[in-house]
Write a protein that binds this ligand. Structure first.
Ligand code: PLP
Length: 381
């Protein structure tokens, strides 16, 4: 398989990091924070260290990290825990369903209203548009940092400045940008972010979470044991326990920690530079193919390495099936869980084809896709 669906999940994974974490897990797999014996204390200590590592990785030193399953879980926790009855949220039309659906749910339940700011023709959300959408009742701005459809990275620092000026917390969804572009929570004025471990952070599925300025009061939406104040029927007030009912995913946390270490090695950084060069070749190769319509083409530091395009004479679904069946190339066709982004591109329900690179993509992968597309276009001309 030629794997070009890294925006869905990264593949392959850095096996050594995962194996090191697994062997550590076998040594300390006690319940973190749930016992006074050595193994439980050690497990708790390792989890605490990865919490700090995650916060520092995102430039949120001193902020709290609460673990959960993935970005969807974290965004639900943040939205349901921050929005109050009668409140208003500003977000964008580039959001993933992990934001659009919780917002829709909250509106249907009569809790809040929201406005979605469109991006400009370069695929960027303009800070002035966010400023115009903020009202007195606005409690939150939620922004997809890097579009999983366009690959554009939003001006988070400028939008953060707008939010700070208006006293509205900015929540960043870093699902696509984490591990690809630097993220500086404190510097940019980001009050909370949601991350997922299994994309460019190279971790396993089932581990993600949020990093939060502890000044933000997030009401818990799940309740249960935390290892603290067990006699009380009330949830723990302290972070991270307040937002972490039940036993955490120790193995996933250990794996995530090892992957964050790995991402800072010269080897991984070199792989990141190679990925950026391949992205450029992919964009330029697609631009040279008559019959390819690229959506917001571009490459460079303000991009994550993915491209979305349509192919003359082919529905995205059929093209994806032929790429897989005839050429062994895995891409993602359809709406990419971001229906409004596709609506604005005029793609309707069929969406587009998305090819997304990873740290282990090769020049041969890119050339194989380009030549398959050339053949497919030739077959329809
Ligand atoms: C921008 C964006 N947000 C959120 C998500 C949800 O990630 P997860 O399924 O890991 O929760 C994705 C995944 O595709 C994404 O691309």
């Amino acid at each position: 398989m030629i794997y070009l669906d890294n925006a869905a999940t990264s593949f392959p994974k850095p096996q050594r990091c995962h194996e090191q974490a697994l062997s550590e897990y076998f040594q300390i797999s006690a319940s973190p924070g749930r016992g006074g014996y050595d193994a439980a204390v050690l497990a708790q200590e390792r989890v605490r260290a990865v919490r700090e590592q995650v916060a520092a990785f995102f430039g949120g030193e001193g902020f709290v990290t609460c673990f959960g399953y993935n970005a969807t879980d974290a965004l639900n926790t943040l939205l349901q825990g921050l929005v109050k009855p009668g409140g208003h949220v500003v977000s964008t039309r580039l959001e993933h369903n992990s934001v659009l659906r919780p917002l829709h749910h909250l509106r249907e339940a009569g809790v809040c209203t929201y406005d979605l700011v469109p991006c400009n023709r370069l695929g960027l959300v303009e800070p002035e548009a966010v400023a115009r959408a903020i009202r007195p009742a606005t409690e939150l701005v939620v922004l997809n940092h890097a579009s999983n459809v366009l690959g554009t990275v939003q001006p988070a620092a400028e939008i953060g400045a707008v939010c700070q000026e208006r006293g509205v917390p900015l929540i960043l969804d870093v699902s696509q940008s984490a591990g690809v572009t630097p993220i500086r929570m404190r510097q940019w004025g980001v009050a909370g972010l949601a991350f997922t471990g299994h994309k460019s952070l190279l971790g396993p599925t089932g581990i993600g979470g949020l990093v939060l300025d502890p000044a933000l009061e997030v009401r818990p939406s799940r309740f249960g044991g935390t290892g603290l104040d067990s006699a009380s029927p009330l949830p723990s007030r302290e972070y991270p326990e307040r937002l972490e009912a039940g036993t955490v995913n120790l193995l996933g946390i250990l794996m995530l920690g090892r992957c964050l270490d790995y991402l800072q090695t010269p080897e991984a950084q070199e792989a990141g530079r190679r990925e950026a060069t391949l992205h450029r070749r992919l964009v330029e190769g697609l631009q040279d193919l008559a019959g390819v319509t690229l959506h917001c083409p571009g490459h460079g530091p303000q991009r994550v390495p993915l491209v979305s395009f349509n192919l003359a004479g082919w529905s995205p679904g059929d093209a994806g099936m032929v790429l897989d069946g005839d050429y062994g190339i895995a891409v993602r066709a359809g709406l990419h869980c971001a229906p409004l982004a596709h609506e604005d591109l005029g793609n309707g329900d069929a969406g587009a084809i998305r090819a997304s690179l990873g740290r282990y993509s090769t020049g041969e992968d890119v050339e194989a896709l380009l030549s398959a597309l050339a053949e497919m276009l030739g077959a329809k001309s």
